[in-house]
Design a protein around this ligand. Sequence first.
Ligand code: NDP
Length: 765
Amino acid sequence: MPTVSEALSLMDYGPAPESPAVALDWLKGRTFGQFIAGAFTAPRDPFDSVNPATGAVLAQVSQGSEADVAAAVKAARAAARKWAGLSGGQRARHLYALARLMQKRERLFAVIESLDNGKPIRESRDIDVPLAVRHFYHHAGWAELIADEFPGMRPHGVCGQIIPWNFPLLMLAWKAAPALAAGNTVVLKPAEQTPLSALLFAELCIEAGLPKGVVNIVTGDGRTGAALVASDVDKIAFTGSTEVGRQIRRATAGSGKALTLELGGKSPFIVFAESDLDAAVEGVVDAIWFNQGEVCCAGSRILVQESVAERFTRRLKARMATLRVGDPLDKSTDIGAVVDRVQLDRIRGIVDQAVAEGAVLHQAPAPNGPGCFCPPALLTDLGAANIAMTEEIFGPVVALMTFRTPDEAVALANNTRYGLAASIWNENITAALDIAAQVKAGVVWINGTNLFDANAPFGGMRESGYGREGAREGMLAYLTGAGAGGRARNAPEALSPLPAGASGDAVDRTRKLYIGGAQKRPDGGYSYAVPGAQVPLGGRKDIRNAVEAAHKAGGWSRVTGHNRAQVLYFLAENLNARARDLGPGDEVAQAVERAFYWAAWADKYDGKVHSTASSQVTLAMKEPFGVMGIVCPEEAPLLGFVSTVLPAIAMGNRVIAVPSQANPVPALDLVQVLDTSDVPGGVVNIVTGPRAELTDTLAKHDDVAALWVFADATTCANAETQSAGNLKPVWTDPLTRDWSGPQGQSREFLRRAVQVKTVWVPYGA
Ligand code: NDP
C-alpha cells in the first residue's frame, strides 16, 4: 500500500473532455460562402478548414476573389453613411447586443476556436472568448460616449481588417469592436487556417439585427488579404507577421489609406535575482507556453540574472516537465496543437538551426499521432546572435541567457529590431520600474505577463508596428480629425547647385546648416540661390550627421516636461525679442504666439491611468519617439517650421528638420534664437536642400524613429514606401494648411509626436 504522499506523486489526471457535439452540429460539414451585406453568398472555390489536432476536416470555406472583396467593400461603403449617422447611443445598443449574444454562445465559440486553431479549451474558454466579449462591452461604452470624448473627430469610413490565426475571435473583437464603435463599417479577413469563429460571428450579426453591410467577412488566403489592401477602403488594420506588414506598408503608400500595424515580436522576459523565482517560473508558463507560444507578445527570450540562473533553470525544467501536451478539448491539457503543419515545420526548422548554432535543447518527445504537436522547449547555452534569440519562432520554444547587471539586461532586452512587449520580474518595484522606463516596448508587465484588457492599449514600437488597440488610445486609431483640406501641394522646382565660390560669393558667406548645435558647411560644399541669399545644399551625408547629433542629444528626452517648457518659453521670448529682425508681417507674430502655445503643452500632454479588470494599475505613458524627421511645409516658411518642430521637441523628441526649400532663410535665422535659448545642441538640426531627396534619406534611415512630411504627393508617397524598412510611423500631409489657425496647432501634432507605453504595475492584492 503506497503512502499518501507516494499516492499523490503517482496520481495522474483522468480524461476531462469537452464535448464537440454542439460545435460539430453547427458545422455539419458545411461549406461557407462569403458574408456580404448581411447574408452568405453561394460558396465558391472552397478549401478545407482543418482541425490541427486530428487532421479532420471541420468545414469548407470559400477562397475570396477580388470580386468578392469588391462586393464586400461596396456593401460596407453603402452602409457607411447611415451607420456613422446613428447616434453614439444607437450604435452602442448594437454593440451591446453583439456582446450579449457572444456571451450566450461562449461555449460554442470556445469549442469552435479550439477545434479550428488547436488551442486548449481552457484557454479559449477562460481567456479568448471572455476577453472578446469584454471588448464588445467596453466598446459599446465608447460608442455611447463618442461625442463627449472625441469631439470634432469622425470615422474613417470603410475599414479593411486582416487578422492572423493565433487568436481568431479575439483579434476579430480587437479590430471590429473599436471600428464599429467609432462609426466605421468593416470588411474583415480572417486567416485561412482559422475562419470558423468569424463565420459564427457573422451569424450573430444577423441575429443581432446589425444593419446589413456594417460587418462583412471575406475568407481566403493571403491573396484575398492583398485584394482587400488594394481595394477602395479608407483604412487598413493588420495584425500578423512583420514581413507582410512591410508589404502592406508599401502597397498602401500614397493611397491616403490610414494604416495601423500590429506585427511580430521577440519580447524579453527579464528575471532579476530579487524576483520571486517560483512566480517567475509560473510567469514563463504564461509567457511562452500559453497558446503554444503562438503569441505575438510571447516572452520568448528569458534573460536571467547570473547569480540565480542555475536555480531558476532547474525549477523551470521541473515545471516544464509537468506540462501536458495533447487533446485541445481535454480540460487538463496545457499545450494543444500548433495551428498547422507549415507552422510546425517552421518551428522545428528554427530549433534545429538554433541547435546547429550551439544551443542546447531541452524538450520531451512529441506525442504520437497525426496531430501538429510541439512539446514545450527550452534552449540554453546560446549567445545573443543565435537565431532563437533573434527570430520570432511563434511556437512553445523559449531561449534563455544570462546577464550580470541591470544595464546589461536593458542592453540585451533592447537588442532586437522589435519592440512589442517586455516582462520584468523583481520584487523591488523601484528597480523594476527603472528597467520599464528603459526598455523599448509598447507593453511592459511588472511581475506579470500576457495581461490583456479592453481598457489597456496594446501595440508595438519599432518593427513591431504602430497604432494601439484597446482603450481610449485604440479608439483614436479608428477616428480622424477634420483634415487639412487645402489644395494639393506642388513639388518645389529643381535646384541648381552652385559650387563653392560661385556668384562671386565665398562659401563662408553663404548660410550654413545647423547640426549638433553648430553651424556646418554642407558635406558636398554646394549651395543654391534663393531670393536674397545663398543657402547650403544639404545631402545624404548631412542628414546622417544630423541623425547622429540628434542621437547624442538623448538627454532632452529624459528631462522633465517642466524643464522643456522653460526652454520653450525662453525660446518664445527670444523669438519675440528678435521679431523685427526676422522680418515684417503677421507670420512672425503668429510664430511667436505658436511658440508660447507649444511651450504651454510641454508638461501637460500626459498619460493616463487605466482601470483594467485585474489588480493592477495600468499606466499609459506617452513617450517621445526619440529622433524624428520633420519635412516642414513649403508654405509659411517660419510659421510652418515653428508649428511642426516645436510640438515635437516639446514632447521630448530631437528633430532633423528640413525647412521650406524655396525660402529656408527664416528657419536658418532661427538658429541664433535656438542658440540663445538653452536648446541643447542636437535637439533641433536643420538641413536645407532638395526636399524630395532629403525626405527619402530620412524615410530610409533606420535610426529615425518617426517622420512627418508636409510636402507634395509624390514626396509623401515615397516617404511611406521607404519607411517600410524600419517601419517608422510616417505622418504625411500633401495638402496645404492654413498654419495661422487651428490647422496649425491641433492635438494631432502632440499625438503624432509620442508613442504609448502601457505599463502594468501590481496594485493591491
Ligand atoms: P501572415 O502575416 O502571413 O498572416 C496574417 C494575415 O495576413 C492572414 O490573414 C494572412 O492570410 C494575411 N496575408 C498574408 N499575406 C498577405 C498579403 N500579401 N496582403 C494582405 N494580407 C496578407 O502570417 P502567417 O500566418 O503566414 O504566419 C507566418 C509567421 O508570421 C508566423 O510563423 C509567425 O512568426 C508570424 N505571425 C505573427 C503574428 C503576430 O501577431 N505577430 C500573427 C501570425 C503570424 P492567410 O492566413 O490566409 O495567409
